[in-house]
Write a protein that binds this ligand. Structure first.
Ligand code: SF4
Length: 772
């Protein structure tokens, strides 16, 4: 391999921190600082710093495993692939294509996510594909699409956060999930802005807030409604904005006015004076934003909960204005890109809807298949897992570990165990892989090249920095080989750039348009924000613009596939592409250090464009919605929402609420990070966080084992006693399997729109565990 450091990105969370990987004499790599990437400017958390340990882990899989006599034993690649293809073909012949399930992950690169969706629908012919991102941010995606016509986690760069006057951070513990991003909040406060954190726990992030609101888990929908009620009552709405840029206000207003502050206090436990203070802090400055994460999203009413926070942003004229608005802090490494390219049950590449005839025609043409041969939408992630062993007889799983990460995990484990056939691709023997009939050892981040899209919608190039160990192959090779064995000889290339080129074509004209992005361009720039359409002859090439910052263009409306976009504007029309709006100019004049950084990036982009010719001319879209939203009429949509209880409320038998989350030293199901000694030392196992009053009732001391029992099962872990949590609530991190598995307890009650399970609130009882 190259002996010079390779600039690339972390394999873990959606921040996708930049890092350099430098070769070491023993054939490995070490992480060096990479200060030029604006998201983290060289800073990394412990997970990113230690990520190379997983490459050379002693438990790394380097040979396929097949089940023989009840045990997994090493086998050759041909035998393993033959077994998978044989089983999938046999089950399809006996039970039909929908008896085959495919389960992907939000950590897969864009290329893999794209290829997996195509593999399911073309090579297998099944509709039964979904992925673990359904458990992550699907409620925010649904609410964003409903309100703005388009979901891109953050519709603005992270660097806009410190320029805002106030940030409400809802259900996000950035200090533990994305530590380098904390600097944006620190800079916000240094600039005179204020921070409000909404979280049932006084987390490390909440400790930095000017105001911490600690609602009961599952009640932040009511909290947002209470704030909106006060905004109206105190005359803080932006009537001109509401009239010009939104629809549906009257119904949303009426819904909010039914939520009196005193009623909201009774539901949430947040005192009315704190509600008033939050409204003052949010409405006083000219700019303000709301950022949500898993707290409001992982609820059986997650879409409406996020919708309530969006309504607050719309009523106060925040969305679609510089340094203001609503954004979702996506969690997984490619949580954003993972939901755009077709591994979601209801979507095709380019963030197109699977049930849209024009979208089907477009993608089918790129794939060289008959549109009518494409299956329709399938089951959502939990529903798919719940159907294993019944309708779905075989499962191919890539980049996920549902035995630890799915809700009602013991049931999911039992369903997986009842399959006729399970194939898993992974880098280590995860708890789900342990149940497989065939396990394929695959390459991981630094051993392969591919793109991800971070939480800002910034498409990034992850570069190969080391040679993979002998015996492993890439997920793309796996799909190529399996497709060929299933009789599909073409259409599944193994070269990631070739896959990306096809993805570009498939996404062209869709909401998430990547057609103007190339590997060559990504290699020269610090990412490109989608939408980034390839110019067509009729398109004006954007710019020159104000010169103060990157051009900010309005995303095209959803494609109708007939040359006319919704809203009646012809493709290539001047209103759509590269139009520097008044809002953009406003966004471009706020000169400061960050802005200068953006100018440098834009200059690089423009230089790349000149080199690349018109094909690469679009600069990308760091900021969305500044002149119009992506709805047919260009206006954001208020949606009236009302408080409703969590699917499971405390009662005499289960009197306490459980909420789940993360710790800084572990990532997701821990399949990778639990294999890193330094991370294990920092976070060796699960725990139950509980208030001293609850601990006293149990007679539990710090470190004593306590049992948490829900209607779905029982988990035991040491007590961690703290006043940072409400007395009516306990918290467990979900990174571990076994006795302390938090997801044994969680409730798979699904949001009716997003199909997101309710990880954040379920009823439990807590018991002291007698000494053994
Ligand atoms: Fe950055 Fe996230 Fe990686 Fe930590 S895990 S280094 S915050 S990308």
């Amino acid at each position: 391999m190259n002996s010079t450091p390779t600039p690339t990105h972390c394999p873990y969370c959606a921040l996708q921190c930049g890092m350099n990987l430098s070769p070491t004499p023993d054939g490995g790599v070490e992480v060096l600082e990479r200060a030029d990437f604006p998201v983290n400017r060289g800073a990394l958390c412990g997970k990113g710093r230690t990520a190379p340990a997983v490459l050379s882990s002693r438990v790394r899989l380097t040979s396929p495993l097949v089940r023989e006599g009840g045990a997994l034993v090493p086998a050759g690649w041909d035998e393993a692939l033959d077994r998978i293809a044989g089983a999938l073909g046999r089950i399809r012949a006996e039970h039909g294509a929908d008896a085959l399930g495919v389960f992907g992950g939000g950590g897969l690169t864009n290329e893999k996510a794209y290829a997996l969706g195509k593999f399911a629908r073309v090579a297998l012919g099944t509709s039964q594909i979904d992925y673990n991102g359904r458990f992550c941010m699907s409620s925010a995606a649904a609410a964003g699409t409903r309100a703005f016509g388009l979901d891109r986690g953050l519709p603005f760069p992270l660097e806009d956060i410190p320029k805002s006057g106030c940030v409400i951070l809802v259900g996000s513990n950035l200090a533990e999930t994305m530590p380098p991003s904390l600097r944006f909040l620190t800079e916000l406060r240094e600039n005179g802005g204020t921070l409000i954190v909404v979280d049932p726990r006084r987390t490390k992030t909440a400790e930095q807030a000017d105001l911490h609101l600690a609602p009961r888990p599952g009640t932040d929908l009511a909290l947002a409604l209470g704030l909106l009620h006060l905004v109206v009552a105190e005359g803080r709405t932006d009537e001109a904005y509401i009239a010009e840029r939104t629809t549906g206000w009257e119904d949303a207003r009426a819904a909010a006015m039914a939520h009196w502050p005193e009623y909201v206090e009774r539901i949430t436990g947040v005192p009315v004076p704190q509600l008033r203070e939050a409204v003052r802090m949010f409405c006083d400055p000219e700019t303000a934003m709301v950022l949500t994460a898993r707290g409001p999203e992982q609820q059986s009413k997650g879409t409406d909960t996020v919708g309530a926070w969006i309504n607050l942003c719309l009523a106060t004229g925040r969305a679609g204005r510089p340094h203001s608005g609503y954004g979702c802090l996506t969690g997984q490494g490619n949580g954003q890109g993972g939901r755009e390219h077709g591994q979601k049950a209801d979507q095709l590449p380019g963030y197109r809807k699977l049930d849209d005839p024009a979208a089907r025609r477009h993608v089918a043409e790129v794939w060289g298949v008959d549109p009518d041969s494409l299956p329709g939408p399938g089951r959502s992630a939990y529903e798919l897992l719940d159907a294993l062993g019944t309708d779905i007889r075989a499962l191919l799983l890539m980049g996920s570990n549902p035995v630890v990460s799915a809700p009602r995990a013991a049931h999911v484990e039992e369903r997986i165990g009842s399959l006729d056939f399970l194939a898993v691709c992974d880098v280590v023997l995860s708890e789900t892989a342990e149940l497989a009939d065939v396990v394929l050892p695959v390459t991981q981040w630094a051993e392969e090249t591919g793109t991800t899209t971070n939480l800002e919608g910034r498409v990034l190039l992850r570069r190969q920095a080391v040679t993979p160990p002998e015996g492993v192959r890439s997920d793309l090779e796996v799909m190529h080989e399996l497709a060929a064995r299933l009789g599909v000889e073409k259409g599944f290339p193994t070269d990631p750039e070739e896959v990306f080129e096809e993805l570009r074509r498939a996404s062209a004209g869709g909401p998430a348009d990547y057609s103007g992005i190339t590997y060559r361009r990504l290699a020269k720039e610090n990412g490109v924000f989608w939408p980034c359409p390839a110019p067509r002859p009729a398109d004006p090439v954007p710019g020159p613009h104000s010169g103060d910052g990157p051009p900010t263009v309005t995303p095209r409306g959803p494609a109708r596939g007939d040359g006319v976009r919704e809203g009646g504007v012809p493709q290539g029309g001047t209103r759509e592409a590269g139009v520097a709006t008044a809002g953009n100019r406003e966004g471009g004049v706020a000169a400061d250090g960050n802005r200068k950084g953006e100018t440098r990036e834009t200059a690089v982009a423009q230089a790349a464009n000149r080199e690349g010719g018109v094909e690469e001319a679009h600069p990308g879209t760091p900021r969305l919605f500044l002149d119009r939203f992506a709805t047919p009429d260009g206006r954001a949509r208020f949606v009236p929402v009302a408080h409703r209880a969590a699917a499971e409320e405390p009662d005499d038998e289960y009197p306490v609420l459980l909420t789940t989350g993360r710790v800084v030293a572990q990532y997701q199901s821990g399949a990778q990070t639990r294999r890193v000694d330094e991370l294990n030392a920092a976070a060796p196992g699960p725990f139950v966080e509980l208030h001293p009053r609850l601990a006293a009732r149990l007679g539990a001391a710090e470190g004593d084992p306590v049992a948490v029992v829900s209607r779905r099962g029982r988990a035991v872990a040491p007590a961690r006693i703290t006043r940072a949590i409400r007395p009516d609530t306990v918290f467990m991190p979900f990174h571990w399997p076994g006795e302390g598995r938090a997801n044994t307890l969680t409730n798979p009650a699904l949001d009716p729109t997003s199909r997101m399970p309710e990880f954040k609130a379920c009823a439990v009882r807590v018991e002291a565990v007698p000494p053994a």
